[in-house]
Ligand binder design. Structure first.
Ligand SMILES: [Zn+2]
Ligand SMILES: [Zn+2]
Length: 341
């Protein structure tokens, strides 16, 4: 009697090719870094959604952001979270990743074998996107942007209160408060958290503004905003809060704010010395990625037999998991690990 082959005997359902993560059974790529026939995309950040592919498939909640990112000509199909689609010999579905608006983990099923490709994810509450959903799988591809034990996040509501106190203090001193943050996701999350504490409008840089519009179109409640470049010449920004991407720091764009304090909202602010090295007056620890305890918790929650680690601290996380009996190994990809988060 022949013994049934188990999925462990089969070639990997998803593997790395020069174009990106590839699923042969479904003949599609996931977050490919080169143009392909069919790209399944986890979310709209630049290292995951790249233009040039023939067709895209993403979660419907992220459609507006994907259109902005991939251009008006891109052919983008969408699925609701949890909705399934047959692609080749596989069944695929998208499940909330809690990272940014529309972000998804991609579930791929083939002959009873299930893989989850997490993209980027977090477990802390975020009013701008659906919360992370635990999905059981045989193989879990996890990110490791903050895959070191030093990375632990505080309650984001406390961080928002801190930011409001900083804004208030600058306001009383007649200064503007320029808060640098990742333009896609972090800026809108900050505006949403602050919107629970105050209704004072905030100013935004042009790189932030279009994305704020996309979030508003998706029905996300945020502070009222005004585009800096649309203010009249000579407008005083004393007492104002301004949100801008890190690339604007130190640029001539900053001159209009006169006396200003600068801050940076990022998971990287957890590392002592990063704030000073980058020349910010204040650092606020707020990340759109899982911290160390949540990476470990998520790996356990999926009940995966095998874990592949990509993005960031792949070696420390896979080493730690292996020492605890988890079959984990790094998966080499060119994903950048989001230096701006
Ligand atoms: Zn991302
Ligand atoms: Zn990423």
């Amino acid at each position: 009697m022949a013994t049934a082959t188990t999925h462990q005997d089969r070639p990997p359902l998803v593997s790395v090719t020069p174009q990106g993560l590839y699923c042969q059974a479904g003949n599609f790529h996931i977050d490919p870094w080169r143009p392909v026939e069919r790209a399944l995309v986890t979310h709209a950040h630049g290292d995951h959604a790249r233009s040039g592919s023939k067709r895209y498939l993403g979660a419907r909640a992220g459609l507006g952001l994907l259109q902005r990112r991939l251009g008006a000509d891109a052919v983008i199909d969408t699925l609701e979270y949890g909705e399934t689609l047959k692609v080749g010999d596989t069944t695929v579905s998208f499940h909330p990743a809690g990272h940014v608006l529309g972000s998804a983990q991609i579930r791929v099923e083939h002959r009873g074998e299930v893989w989850i490709i997490s993209g980027d994810y977090k477990r802390t509450p975020d009013p701008t996107c659906a919360p992370f959903e635990v999905v059981r799988c045989h193989t879990f591809i996890t990110e490791a942007t903050f895959g070191l034990p030093i990375f632990r996040w505080d309650d984001p509501r406390l961080v928002a209160q801190d930011i409001l106190r900083w804004w208030d203090a600058n306001r009383e001193a007649g200064r503007s408060a320029v808060l640098f943050c990742y333009a896609l996701g972090k800026a809108q999350r900050l505006l949403a958290e602050l919107g629970k504490l105050t209704d004072r409008p905030a100013y935004v840089h042009g790189a932030v503004n279009g994305l704020v519009t996309a979030y508003r179109e998706a029905g996300i409640a945020m502070l009222p905003t005004q585009l800096v470049s649309e203010t009249e010449k000579g407008t005083s920004f004393a007492g104002a809060l301004v949100l801008a991407p890190p690339s604007a720091a130190g640029s001539t764009w900053m001159r209009r704010f006169g006396e200003a304090e600068t801050g940076f909202a990022s998971g990287w602010m957890r590392v002592r010395g990063n704030r000073r090295r980058r020349g910010y007056d204040r650092g606020f620890v707020l990340s759109d990625h899982a911290d160390w305890p949540d990476l470990l918790r998520t790996v356990a929650d999926t009940q995966a037999e095998k874990v592949l680690v990509t993005h960031g601290y792949t070696d420390p996380l896979s080493h730690y998991l292996r020492e605890r009996g988890v079959d984990a190994s790094p998966l080499a990809t060119p994903f950048e690990g989001e230096a701006e988060d």
